[in-house]
Design a protein around this ligand. Structure first.
Ligand SMILES: NC(=O)c1ccc[n+]([C@@H]2O[C@H](COP(=O)([O-])OP(=O)(O)OC[C@H]3O[C@@H](n4cnc5c(N)ncnc54)[C@H](O)[C@@H]3O)[C@@H](O)[C@H]2O)c1
Length: 277
């Protein structure tokens, strides 16, 4: 989509980090904004900042793991603005640990937000984009959707699935002759609230006895040390939407690890640890 001014962006996970930065970047392009998150104070603050850019916007408490809430968000955006054009399925969380140590609650929580959240966004919004013959879907995956670092298997599973879902969505839209575009965002570490995502875990999916792990300390350090800011990543997303670019790899240095994984697969050898390359 070359022309963004006056169009409408819908963003999940808009209260913090990359979602907040994307909402502000699209508002900076003159787009109106529909903002969703479970964090209501954070949403309010993003809403105020977006409105201060002179565009129309609303914010809604939406748990993306619940289809009915995503559908209501989509309906409200269409009721308010008449259409949506850029849909960012971005909300995400990151419980850590070895795959056999993750509790069923961990799996349910992360699959619900990171994968079902994207499925719900696609299911609610894409038929409307198809019908209007215009739009662009941005699914936030991660480099963890292209490589599989140790200690975060559940996260890797959801992000590989988001990459596969996005590639499939792209092919399906092309087969239907639709002009609707797709991008999959695959950043490496960016300083945001992601290493503190336990703050948003629903009570019914808590791990009662779990204490902070070595992996959590390492993730916090890695995320905090990220060289690109959320605003840098949001700028890359805006450019990808305008250029209709599918893969958005914001951190070129990680490409060596992606290439190593592809070579390991094609050479049929055991996977090298991407963090040790
Ligand atoms: N920060 C990074 O290093 C990094 C790298 C690669 C990918 N990502 C991905 O970027 C996306 C955004 O994360 P971030 O880094 O900005 O973290 P963040 O914690 O700053 O923002 C995530 C947002 O998602 C919201 N959220 C959590 N559960 C939700 C739910 N059930 N329904 C609706 N909203 C919910 C949170 O309240 C929060 O506002 C995630 O999908 C994450 O996996 C982040």
């Amino acid at each position: 989509m070359k022309m963004l001014e006056g169009k409408v962006a819908a963003v999940t996970g808009a209260a913090s980090g990359l979602g907040r930065a994307m909402a502000l970047a699209f508002a900076g392009e003159g787009m109106h904004a529909a903002l969703a998150d479970v964090d209501e104070p954070g949403l309010k603050s993003t809403l105020n900042e977006v409105q201060s850019r002179g565009v129309r916007a609303f914010a809604m408490r939406v748990d993306v793991s619940r289809y009915q809430e995503v559908e209501s968000f989509c309906s409200k955006a269409i009721a308010q603005f008449g259409a949506t054009h850029v849909v960012c399925n971005n909300a995400g969380v990151s419980p850590l640990g070895a795959v056999w140590e993750n509790t069923l609650a961990d799996w349910q929580w992360i699959l619900g937000v990171n994968l079902w959240g994207v499925i719900h966004g696609v299911r609610a919004f894409v038929p409307r984009l198809l019908a209007q013959g215009e739009g662009h879907v941005v699914n936030t995956a991660s480099v963890a959707g292209l490589i599989s670092p140790p200690g975060m298997g559940a996260y890797n599973v959801t992000k590989h699935a988001v990459v596969a879902l996005s590639e499939s969505l792209y092919h399906d839209l092309r087969l239907r002759g639709s002009p609707v575009g797709v991008s999959v965002l695959c950043p490496a570490y960016v300083p945001t609230g992601i290493a503190d995502s336990e703050r948003n875990r629903p009570r019914e999916l808590l791990n009662p006895a779990k204490s902070s792990s070595k992996e959590e300390t390492m993730l916090k350090k890695a995320v905090a040390s990220g060289k690109l800011s959320a605003d840098d990543v949001a700028r890359a997303v805006v450019a990808a939407v305008k250029e209709e670019r599918f893969y958005v790899l914001t951190h070129p240095r990680i490409k060596g690890a992606i290439r190593a994984r592809m070579e390991d697969i094609l050479d049929e050898r055991a996977p090298r640890n991407p963090l040790a390359l």
